[in-house]
Design a protein around this ligand. Structure first.
Ligand code: TRP
Length: 464
């Protein structure tokens, strides 16, 4: 009996009633995935440190020639398969091994969430901290000590991560429309508003122009092979592509959804948020004479001192961390949904059970990152703590390889007639010329670029 049931569930294609309810919902959920910690703690600093406008040009090229086409292909595979990352490949290309791309995506969700939830946990903690006066100091040694106290406390690090996972888990249990769509629809407009308010505050400070110069002044001498790999990795990470998040969301798109048009809006809006974040952060940092720093240090040590230096700084600091938390939540929803959709489709677990299992497993894997600054600080592989290793491996290897394979699948395996039919909504959209361009970029340009950059970055191929 059991055997018969499992045989039946293997062959039967599960119906997936979940769909995003509205076009705005599709845009907001997808944008909610793209906009995240990447915009605030990765993009501005990486741009400033790798040559400003020069890096931006490379990043834009990566976005146009790799990011946008792969996002379109990935969403197309999802909508066609109407299932999670693994099942979609199995349905579109039965009896092949392409489902392994989806499987590696499910794993990648754990690798990314492991450190992402910890950074999000610090952000949550900083919302609470910014209500107290302890952080309102222009003395960086004090803010540095405060951050140190948080990250070096193993229990505290674990608890903030669990809180983050619990919040995300509750939204996921609510479902695709009532959870993901409803939340992102509410959070994103608030986020945009807060960002504009902080951006204006920062830009109107005396001496703000040095920050703009840091961000935008082109320095082509900084464009090394390493910097180009950073730009590519950032493009993948920023746009949530290469691991099945866009695929899973695509499976919730309606048949009448214009995938390329929606993807173009997402890519454009995400870039706008990143630039706004840069404009909100660096003019203020320079105006008060601080050094621009990397990642965590910028967000949790420098930023509080910057806010402490300005009138009504505490209000702005609360807003800033609330904004960052909103961004992180929308992004994490898409990461968790990859795993939950997979479990719901391929096991007997219902959505609530699947979410519970996923969140618990993520807490377990994530503890390695949460403890990277305390109990496990000396546990290193390839010279990196688990926190740094997971970050490096996901952005620079898992996502580019996944994206590369999706590009190859969409164009060389699935082919033009299917591609055109799927993305013109069976001929109802008059977008054949655009599709042809996207198809050819995906077929000839994106895979070669990704491969070259990967091999150069990993020092397998030497250019210059
Ligand atoms: N794009 C998000 C950010 O910028 C991170 C993210 C969410 C992500 N989902 C993803 C990255 C899927 C890669 C794959 O913060």
């Amino acid at each position: 009996m059991d055997k018969a049931v499992s045989e039946a569930s293997k062959s039967a294609v599960k119906v997936r009633p979940e769909r995003f309810a509205t076009g705005v919902g599709v845009l907001m959920a997808t944008l909610g995935s793209a906009v995240g910690l990447g915009n605030i703690w990765k993009f501005p600093y990486l741009t400033g440190a790798n040559g400003g406008a020069a890096f931006l040009i490379v990043y834009l090229l990566c976005t146009v020639l790799v990011g946008f086409p792969i996002m379109v292909a990935e969403q197309m595979i999802g909508r066609k398969g109407r299932a999670d990352a693994v099942t979609s490949f199995k349905k579109i290309s039965p009896k092949t091994l392409w489902w392994l791309v989806g499987a590696s995506g499910v794993l990648a969700a754990f690798v990314i969430m492991a450190y992402y939830t910890e950074v999000a946990g610090w952000v949550f903690a900083y919302i609470a901290k910014s209500f107290q006066s302890g952080l309102m100091t222009t003395d960086a040694t004090v803010t540095s000590a405060a951050f140190g106290q948080l990250v070096s406390n193993p229990w505290l690090s674990l608890v903030v991560q669990w809180i983050v996972l619990a919040v995300v888990g509750v939204i996921i249990v609510l479902g695709v429309t009532k959870g993901i769509e409803a939340t992102t629809k509410k959070l994103l407009p608030v986020l945009a508003l807060l960002l504009v308010v902080i951006g204006i505050r920062s830009l109107t400070l005396p001496g703000a122009s040095a920050g703009l110069a840091f961000l935008f002044k082109p320095d082509f001498s900084k464009l090394t092979a390493q910097a180009i790999m950073v730009a590519l990795g950032l493009a993948f990470f920023k746009l949530s592509i290469g691991m099945g998040a866009m695929l899973t969301y695509g499976s919730y798109y309606g048949e009448d959804q214009n995938i390329p048009a929606n993807a173009a809006r997402v890519v454009g809006a995400d870039l706008a948020v990143s630039l706004l974040a840069g404009v909100a952060i660096f003019p203020a940092v320079f105006a008060f004479g601080f050094e621009p720093a990397a990642g965590a240090q910028l967000l949790f040590i420098t930023i509080p001192t910057v806010f402490a230096s300005m009138p009504f700084g505490q209000v702005f600091m609360v807003l800033f961390f609330v904004l960052t938390a909103f961004a992180a939540i929308g992004a994490m929803l898409s990461l968790v949904e990859v795993v939950v959709a997979f479990l719901v489709n391929r096991t007997k677990l219902n959505r609530t059970q699947a979410t519970l299992v996923t969140v618990l497993a993520m807490a377990l894997v994530g503890s390695m990152c949460a403890l990277s600054n305390s109990s496990m600080a000396d546990f290193k592989l390839f010279g990196m703590t688990m926190f740094d290793l997971f970050d490096y491996v996901s952005s620079n290897i898992l996502l580019p390889v996944g994206g590369l394979l999706m590009a190859v699948f969409a164009t060389w395996v699935w082919g033009w007639p299917n591609f055109k039919a799927a993305l013109s909504n069976e001929g109802t959209l008059a977008n054949e010329k655009l599709l042809k361009v996207v198809f050819n970029i995906l077929r000839f340009v994106s895979p070669v670029l990704v491969l070259l950059i990967l091999l150069t970055g990993l020092k397998i191929v030497n250019i210059g």
